[in-house]
Ligand binder design. Structure first.
Ligand code: NDP
Length: 488
């Protein structure tokens, strides 16, 4: 199998790193071998990006002209949507209806940031004398985007689109497990007429390619999505470089069902919250809090519905649960089910490999519900990043808020109740970046997203997500014509 080239500063060529093999999680068959970047390739990509930033073509391009290129990228993703969704399904193992949604999200992201960069204002600030004062936004320079394997194309679009809209150059390092969609995006960006050098896609490992990128003195910001341990390490390097960093990290989000919830709606919301994407989602509603008064009834029905979920080949439109990303990740998730047992938990359903012979070669795992544990157990505290939900009863709002907030993470939260005053109280009291009321995993590119506590730093999406790739410059402009008095 010959290696696919990487995309460095406008050129498709082989990197100097050791090639990586990406596999289809459905059967672990090799999908493609991909060339990777070593530190010298990273250095070259940064140098080319700096040249492209300095060239008049990009420096003087007006926002509406940049917007046109982003609109063209969106149109090309739309043209190739089905091909991209199928490729992502093979590279990452998500069911096809989910990968179609991720491609659609990428299209919307490019369109939104095209519109946002055309309309972003600077500020004329209130004058306190006979002068004009302004705050202008400028690009940061060359920025790095480092993405995980769970939502390729959507994660990359969420970083590439605002970075380019803001007038930067961007170097992307996708996860070594799912490099293919980022490379496809590079092809489409070239076809859309993005000037050479402004986008590089450098597959490789975190330890080599990712670390070289973060440490490079020419990189002026890192936008990172991934695990908290990696995020902390990147944050330390950023502190030394005095460089802004945006960190979208892990979660252990509470999904809360009150006695007065619409139960049919809550059951669907809890199932979707924890088991869509096989639970490999930073916002997975993995701590399922249920009011004690309805606990037994709710858990019985939830277990029955979990057992009825359709596990199978992600190519089938009816599949709800596909394979996990890799055999190593399957072992990790399995290890957490063992841990849950050791901690005294009861596995109400799932938690083992399916028996269907057609799925034997893939990384399939039956969705599991665990109860009988307290919120203090490791199973309830650590991010499993797989289809394992922990059921936790609660007694009243105070107990609920105390338990929900007793977590290192603060990414998301779901609330199921018909009492709007209660929804308001709990939404305000829970320490999370996003709260869903009677819904879950609902997203808009126009609404900021990000985590509190160990779940991250900064926000992506919306206008704040565009400004995060810019710095402010203040301008004072004398209107009086008088010499400054000090020198007289
Ligand atoms: P990792 O933190 O292991 O990796 C994320 C990315 O960082 C990968 O591209 C990885 O490369 C790279 N990387 C690893 N080490 C370094 C390093 N030292 N320097 C620079 N880059 C590095 O996360 P996973 O890929 O395992 O993704 C799962 C995690 O992502 C979960 O914790 C999940 O919660 C989080 N996540 C957060 C989201 C959010 O928006 N808050 C959304 C989606 C996921 P490589 O592939 O080679 O390891």
């Amino acid at each position: 199998m010959s290696s696919l080239p990487l995309y460095l500063g406008g050129e498709w060529r082989m990197g100097r790193g050791a090639p990586i093999l990406t596999r289809n999680p459905h059967d672990n068959a090799a999908l493609a071998e991909v060339s990777t970047a070593d530190a010298s390739d990273v250095g070259e990509a940064v140098a080319r990006a700096q040249q492209a930033m300095a060239a008049p073509g990009w420096r003087t391009m007006l926002p509406h002209q940049r917007a046109l290129i982003l609109q063209r990228i969106a149109a090309l993703i739309e043209r190739d949507a089905e091909r991209l969704a199928q490729l992502q399904r093979q590279d990452n193992g998500k069911p096809i209806h989910e990968t179609r949604a991720l491609v659609a999200s990428a299209i919307g992201t490019f369109r939104y940031f095209a519109a946002a960069c055309e309309t972003l204002d600077g500020d004329v600030t209130p004058a306190r004398g006979d002068y004009l004062s302004m705050s202008l936004y400028e690009p940061l320079g060359v920025v790095a985007a480092i993405t995980p394997w769970n939502s390729p194309i959507a994660s990359e679009a969420q970083k590439i689109a605002p970075a380019l809209a803001a007038g930067n150059a961007v170097i992307v390092k996708p996860s070594e497990l799912t490099p293919l969609l980022a490379l496809e995006l590079a092809k489409l960006a070239t076809e859309a007429g993005l000037p050479e050098g402004l986008l590089s896609v450098l597959p490789g490992t975190g330890a080599i390619t990712g670390a070289a990128l973060v440490a490079h003195p020419g990189i002026r910001k890192v936008s990172f999505t991934g695990g908290t341990v990696t995020g902390r390490a990147i944050g330390r390097v950023a502190a030394d470089k005095v460089m802004p960093v945006s960190l979208e990290l892990g979660g252990k989000s509470p999904n809360i069902v009150f006695e007065d919830a619409d139960i049919a709606q809550a059951i669907n919301g809890v199932l979707f919250g924890i088991f869509s994407s096989q639970g490999q989602s930073c916002i997975a509603g993995s701590r399922i809090f249920v009011a004690r008064g309805i606990y037994d009834r709710f858990v019985t029905e939830l277990t029955r519905r979990t057992q009825a979920l359709r596990i199978g080949n992600p190519a089938e439109p009816s599949t709800q649960i596909g394979p996990l990303i890799s055999p190593e990740h399957l072992d990790k998730v399995n290890g957490y089910v063992r841990l849950a047992r050791e901690e005294g938990g009861r596995i109400l359903c799932g938690g083992s490999r399916p028996t269907d012979a057609a799925l034997a070669a893939g990384n399939y795992f039956q969705p599991a519900l665990v109860d009988g544990l307290s919120n203090a157990c490791r199973t309830a505290r650590e991010e499993i990043f797989g289809p394992v939900g922990v059921l936790l009863p609660f007694d009243g709002e105070d107990d609920l808020v105390r338990q929900a907030n007793d977590s290192a993470y603060g990414l998301a939260c779901g609330i199921w109740t018909i009492d709007y005053r209660r929804a308001w109280r709990i939404a305000r009291a829970v320490d999370a970046g996003t709260v869903w009321i009677n819904t879950y995993k609902l997203f808009s590119i126009a609404t900021p997203f990000g985590g509190n506590k160990d779940s991250g730093l900064g926000r992506e999406k919306a206008l704040d997500g565009l400004r995060a790739y810019m710095r402010q410059k203040s301008l004072y402009w004398d209107m009086s014509g008088r010499p400054l008095p000090w020198a007289d």
